[in-house]
Ligand binder design. Structure first.
Ligand code: SAM
Length: 261
């Protein structure tokens, strides 16, 4: 399949990797082993699929584009090709009861809902390696105190450890995206940091706090928790949300759930 035969479809976020050095670095980070169950999202024109298949991993791929899925089936009859939307895919079922890993140079237009969908899989994958817009990787791997710390990072880190691996320039892709990219490794935790009974108030608080990130907690959370309740939970109500770490939000969620605000 020559690259020129397929016209990249914008609506599917198609930016195909062609830089061999970047492909090698991603494979080295994944370090696939023979027999391992690996599921790739968005194989496209096989930039990562070919070396993953060559590693001897037990590879399955999920591709939404009918033409690309058909090409893959024709070129690699032995490959398990699932023509589906990754947002609707039950990855745990695909794993077939075995430990599994997920990889992908993801379509950037759906990266946030896709991350939430993947982190909700039960049981979760052993790990995930993704190419994403660098700005998104910065937010996923952020620490409290800076402008990148927000809902996406907090919700990801609740369920996984996250590691920024390396940046990838736009000219590693064809067509060239408008933004820089980066590769991230996520290792889901066996249990989320936020216990199940606090998941809903935690989500509500984080959403509310970061919907007005320039305001202090006292002001942005006014409708949920009075300043006295914030202080009683051991948190300074004069803080802005970007200064509050995950255990801090957890303390507020406990106050909201059990102390009646
Ligand atoms: N892996 C290839 C590479 O690195 O060159 C292609 C990456 S391209 C950024 C994203 C791929 O995901 C495309 O093949 C696209 O068709 C596919 N895709 C887009 N949306 C998808 C979805 N919702 N579910 C599954 N695949 C999707």
């Amino acid at each position: 399949m020559s690259r020129g035969e397929h016209r990249a479809r914008k609506r599917f976020g198609q930016n195909f990797l062609h830089d061999q050095d970047v492909i090698r670095r991603i494979l080295a980070a994944i370090s696939p082993a023979p027999g391992e169950r690996i599921i790739e999202i968005g194989p496209g024109q096989e930039a990562l699929t070919a070396p993953l298949a060559a590693s001897g991993a037990d590879l399955g791929v999920v591709e939404i584009d009918r033409d690309l899925a058909a090409r893959l089936r024709a070129r690699r009859p032995e490959l398990e090709v699932i023509e589906a939307d990754a947002l609707d895919t039950d990855f745990t079922a695909l794993a077939g009861g075995r430990p599994y890993r997920i990889v992908g140079n993801l379509p950037y237009n759906i990266s946030t809902p896709l991350l939430f969908h993947l982190l909700a899989q039960d049981p979760p994958p052993v790990d995930m390696h993704f190419m994403l817009q660098k700005e998104v990787v910065d937010r996923i791997t952020a620490e409290p105190g800076g402008g990148d710390w927000g809902r996406l990072g907090i919700m990801c880190r609740n369920r996984a450890e996250a590691e920024f691996l390396f940046t990838v320039p736009a000219d590693a892709f064809e067509p060239r995206p408008k933004v820089e990219s980066a590769v991230v490794r996520l290792r889901p935790r066996t249990e989320p940091l936020v216990p199940g009974d606090l998941a809903e108030p935690f989500d509500r608080l984080v959403r509310q706090a970061f919907s007005q990130r320039r305001k202090t907690l006292r002001n942005s959370l006014r409708a949920l928790l009075p300043a006295e309740a914030i202080a009683a939970a051991g948190i300074d109500p004069g803080l802005r949300p970007e200064r509050l770490d995950l255990p801090g939000f957890l303390a507020l969620a406990r106050a909201l759930r059990y102390d009646g605000g």
